[in-house]
Design a protein around this ligand. Structure first.
Ligand code: ZN
Length: 143
């Protein structure tokens, strides 16, 4: 069956979405959650690992923590980028305070750090806060 593999960020189920359906609000076949959204979704370590390895739609992760001022400042900018990139990449965030093992596994030294995954591999990494338009440019160059 043709289509792109996309991990449901709610239940972890891998779905296959035909390419022409990417922009028409595809839903998870298991739990019904939207697979493509213009909202930044929080993920846990297991979901991030699965999606980063499996997904055929690029995944951009913002590693952040609630105590980090620059992270909180960047959050609305990252959200703007998610709207701009809808259907081209999924933007998610991982709270490194709640999931410290993820920060270790991905070797995150400072936050905010963004990492772009495509085709099961990390393509680029960027530390420090950026405005939304710059995030979009960086993601497009990375992919
Ligand atoms: Zn699901």
């Amino acid at each position: 069956m043709a289509g792109k593999k996309i991990t449901c960020l709610d239940c972890g189920q891998v779905n296959r979405v035909p390419e022409d359906k990417l922009m028409s609000a595809p839903k998870c076949g298991t739990c019904g959650a939207p697979l493509i959204s213009d909202k930044v979704q929080e993920v846990d370590f297991a979901t991030l690992q699965k999606a980063a390895r499996t997904d055929e739609v690029p995944l951009v992760v913002d590693f952040w923590a609630p105590w980090c001022g620059p992270c909180r400042m960047m959050a609305p900018e990252f959200s703007k980028a998610a709207v701009a990139m809808k259907g081209q990449a999924r933007l998610v965030k991982l709270n490194t305070q709640d999931h410290p093992q993820a920060g270790q596994a991905y070797g995150i030294r400072g936050i905010p750090t963004m990492a772009a995954f495509s085709g099961g591999r990390e393509k680029a990494r960027q530390s420090g806060a950026m405005p939304g338009a710059q995030i979009v440019d960086w993601v497009k160059r990375a992919l």
